[in-house]
Design a protein around this ligand. Structure first.
Ligand SMILES: C[S@@+](CC[C@H](N)C(=O)[O-])C[C@H]1O[C@@H](n2cnc3c(N)ncnc32)[C@H](O)[C@@H]1O
Length: 220
C-alpha cells in the first residue's frame, strides 16, 4: 500500500504541468489508504493489487489505475455531506473510495454480473452508504438527482445531457471525453452557483468505452 501511495504522489508530480494539481488532497489520500485494493481485484491479480496500473476484472472491463482514481476523486472536490453519482461501478473500488468521503454514493453499472459482484463485495466490506443499480448510466439516476458530484469511469465523445441536468449548482462532473481507440482527455465540467457550465481538459487518458447509449457517440 505504501508503494502505491508513493506511486500516486510520483504520477501527480509528473503530470502536474497538465493537470495543475500539485498534490492530491490529504483527505483523498487518506481514503485511498483506508481501502484495500486487493479486495477488488481478481484472485489471479492479487500479487499486482497495489501496482499503479489498471487491471482486468473480467467482462472486458478494468479496475482503473490508482493514480487516476485519486485524481478523479481529488478533482470532484467533494464535501462530507455530498451525494455522488458514479457511472461505471466495475469492481466497486472507486465507489468505496468515494464512500469514505461523502454521505452517499449512487453507482450504475451496465454489466449485471459486475453490478451484482460489486454490490456483494461492498456489503461484505461494511459499506452501507453505496447504492448500486444495473443499467445504462447514460440516463443517470433521476429519482435521486441532483448530485453534488458525478464521476464517469468510461469514455464517451460528449457529456450525456441527462447527467448534466442531474448535476447540482456548485457541483463538478469528471469524465473522460474522446474516441474509443484514439485521443481521450479527462475533463472537469463545473456548474457554478448560477448554473453556468464551464469545462477544463485536465489530462490525456485511456479508458474503456461507455457502452449502451454512449457507444453511439463513439468512433472506433
Ligand atoms: C474503467 S471501468 C470502471 C472502474 C470502476 N470504477 C472501478 O473502480 O473498478 C468502466 C466501467 O464502466 C462500465 N460501463 C460502460 N458503459 C456504461 C454505461 N453506459 N452505463 C454504466 N456503466 C457502464 C463498464 O462495464 C465498466 O465496468
Amino acid at each position: 500500500m505504501d508503494d502505491m501511495l508513493k506511486a500516486i504522489e510520483t504520477s501527480t508530480r509528473l503530470t502536474s504541468s497538465y493537470t495543475a494539481v500539485d498534490e492530491i488532497s490529504r483527505t483523498v489520500l487518506a481514503a485511498i489508504a483506508q481501502v484495500d485494493r486487493s479486495e477488488f481485484v481478481p484472485e489471479r491479480s492479487l500479487n499486482r493489487a497495489f501496482e499503479n496500473h489498471p487491471l482486468r476484472i473480467g467482462h472486458g472491463q478494468t479496475i482503473s489505475q490508482p493514480f487516476i482514481v485519486a485524481l478523479m476523486t481529488h478533482l470532484i472536490d467533494s464535501q462530507p455531506g455530498d451525494r455522488i453519482l458514479e457511472i461505471g461501478t466495475g469492481s466497486g473500488y472507486q465507489a468505496a473510495i468515494a464512500a469514505e468521503l461523502v454521505t452517499h454514493v449512487y453507482s450504475i453499472e451496465i454489466v449485471p454480473e459486475l453490478a451484482r459482484s460489486a454490490e456483494r463485495r461492498l456489503k461484505s466490506l461494511g459499506y452501507t452508504n453505496v447504492s448500486i443499480r444495473t443499467g445504462d448510466g447514460w440516463y443517470g439516476w433521476p429519482e435521486e438527482a441532483p448530485f453534488d458530484g458525478i464521476l464517469v469511469t468510461a469514455v464517451a465523445s460528449s457529456v450525456p445531457l441527462q447527467l448534466l441536468s442531474q448535476l447540482a449548482n456548485g457541483g463538478k462532473l469528471v469524465m473522460p471525453l474522446g474516441d474509443a481507440d484514439g485521443d481521450q482527455e479527462l475533463a472537469v465540467v463545473t456548474r457554478d452557483s448560477a448554473g453556468e457550465l464551464s469545462t477544463r481538459n485536465v489530462l490525456p487518458v485511456r479508458f474503456v468505452p461507455m457502452t449502451g447509449e454512449g457507444i453511439l457517440t463513439l468512433r472506433e
